[in-house]
Design a protein around this ligand. Structure first.
Ligand SMILES: [Zn+2]
Ligand SMILES: [Zn+2]
Length: 335
């Protein structure tokens, strides 16, 4: 008889499922990996075999050329990993294809959330609350100060800035995977049907989203604009790194915006020269994190990937067993 949950072992470089010898989101190449979603801190090339949702595999193929050893797991499908362990991929509501992974072994149930959020997102399936014994949650925004406003408010600010500045363009910095497409889809939902101009680095991922039934409307590349004037009064979307580089000189009097949960922190916006901070995140905020732990109601919560201390304290105050894990290499500085 082995000790409860000794089959799942958090190591600095990922979570190891011992009887199946398989790793979750490992930060180095391993023979077999389960990958929650396509962001670079979770998905890496070079694994012998990668099990992930079809959309995550498509994203990984686009970004890392990982075609070999890809094994697709649909949401809700349970697959045997060997060693008496099964895995079921469940929607995480973070980005297209993102999954929580439910692992079961000897009657014990463990969920690894990867990154997740609870707010509605037209570009991906919503987070599925699922009972388990151990809930391993991210904590990127695990401080009470982090509350994300409704996205409609932030999209409203963006559209208002555009109307107020017809001779400029509004340049929005947004993560190329997930955030950019969500901002575009929310602009469309708000009735904005004009051309949205894209940095070249956004093009392939936007096309991938459209191929996965996420319509994004009329998109054009900045490099294809007939003139600067064609972009006046328009919205331009670029990766955060492009906001202050030479590339932006081709834009007509850009007003710099950025869509990130970190925009809640004024100093961060100032540091990056952001004039229009938009608090839009694909991670759970403090209220979503605590609400989710309450709804899932596990025997034990393991906290990783961010600011563990405050959430650990919250669990203690609420008579919930919890521990912080020391995994390395998972940070979402731009999200
Ligand atoms: Zn992520
Ligand atoms: Zn992450």
């Amino acid at each position: 008889m082995t000790a409860p949950f000794s089959w799942i072992r958090p190591e600095p470089r990922g979570i190891h499922v011992v009887p199946a010898d398989i790793w979750i989101d490992p930060s180095r190449a391993v023979p077999r990996a389960l990958v929650t979603h396509g962001h670079a801190d979770h998905a890496r090339g070079g694994h012998g075999a990668t099990i992930a949702t079809p959309a995550t595999l498509a994203i990984m193929e686009l970004r890392y050329n990982t075609r070999e050893g890809a094994v697709a797991a649909e949401y809700g499908e349970t697959i045997a990993l060997g060693g008496g362990v099964t895995a079921t991929f469940l929607p995480a509501g973070h980005v297209l294809g993102s999954a929580q992974i439910l692992l079961e072994h000897a009657g014990e149930r463990v969920i690894i959330t990867g990154d997740y959020k609870r707010a509605a997102d037209p570009t991906c399936a919503p987070f599925a609350v699922t009972p388990c014994d151990i809930f391993i949650t991210e904590a990127t925004f695990g401080l009470p100060v982090f509350t994300h406003p409704p996205i409609a408010e932030e999209i409203g600010k963006l559209l208002a800035a555009r109307t107020a500045n017809p001779d400029s363009c509004i340049l929005v910095g947004a993560y190329a995977l997930g955030k950019a497409q969500r901002v575009i889809a929310e602009l469309r939902a708000a009735g904005h049907d004009e051309t949205i101009w894209l940095h070249g680095a956004m093009e392939a991922m936007c096309r991938l989203y459209e191929d996965h039934n996420v319509p994004l409307g009329d998109l054009k590349l900045v490099s294809d604009a007939p003139s600067k004037d064609a972009m006046r009064g328009h919205i331009v979307i670029a990766p955060p790194a492009a906001l202050n580089d030479r590339w932006s000189r081709r834009l007509p009097d850009p007003i710099t915006a950025m869509a990130s949960g970190w925009m809640r922190v004024r100093g961060r916006a100032r540091q990056r020269g952001v004039e229009l901070p938009l608090v839009i995140s694909d991670h759970a905020d403090w209220n979503e994190l605590t609400r989710t732990i309450g709804e899932v109601n596990p025997q034990e919560t393991w906290i990783t990937h961010g600011r563990e201390e405050a959430l650990l304290r919250w669990c203690e105050l609420n008579q919930r067993r919890a521990r912080a894990l020391a995994l390395v290499g998972y940070e979402d500085e731009d999200d």
